[in-house]
Design a protein. Structure first.
Length: 194
């Protein structure tokens, strides 16, 4: 990250419990280095053990990402940064509308059969990612299933998750794959117009 990017990220970072006097062991590494390492790993699609020597040891970075992920701190950081991007564009930090869709992705032969399926509509063996974004294309939620899962079946738990996290959300745009009982269910249970 550049110094300007780090300035924004540092101000948006959630505060770990140990810094608020709520117990736990203080972290003994620089958050900037850890976040840079995680970003490098995600952008490059590398394995943890392939982390270059410029970063802290891979097992320390892995422990950081796992701990912050389990505590919801990485998701909170993501949500705060998304809110800042939305505010900068002149929008409310919380979205009121979203778009849901899915994409089938061919799985490698090394992917276990238990997590693969076959999307008969697209003729793709593999997995399917279901994504909800705001109107600017910023990620709100994602779920990965086998490719055989129908869009409307995966949408129910995904929409519930999004609705729980974004209370101002009222409208979700979707294609014809989400038609049917999902529309009625979302209106009755989640007060969402699909």
């Amino acid at each position: 990250m550049s110094d300007a990017e780090w300035g924004v990220v540092r101000d948006a970072m959630p505060i770990p419990a140990w810094m608020n006097g709520k117990g736990g062991q203080p972290e003994s590494y620089c958050h900037r280095q850890m976040l840079d390492a995680v970003r490098y790993l995600v952008a490059g699609g590398i394995t943890w053990r392939a982390m270059p020597g410029d970063f802290p040891a891979w097992d320390r970075v892995y422990a950081f990402a796992r701990r912050w992920g389990a505590q919801g701190l990485l998701a909170e950081l993501h949500d705060r940064l998304r809110g800042l991007v939305r505010e900068e564009a002149g929008r409310d930090p919380e979205p009121t509308a979203a778009v849901i869709d899915s994409q089938s992705v061919r799985a490698a032969a090394t992917v276990p059969a238990s997590s693969r399926g076959y999307d008969a509509g697209k003729k793709v063996p593999g997995r399917k990612r279901h994504i909800v974004v705001d109107c600017r294309g910023l990620l709100l939620a994602v779920m990965v299933t086998t490719a055989s899962v129908q869009d409307r079946h995966a949408a129910a738990p995904l929409l519930k998750c999004v609705r729980d996290r974004h209370r101002k959300l009222m409208l979700v745009w979707a294609d014809g794959g989400y038609a049917g009982r999902l529309v009625v269910w979302a209106k009755e249970k989640l007060q969402l117009t699909v």
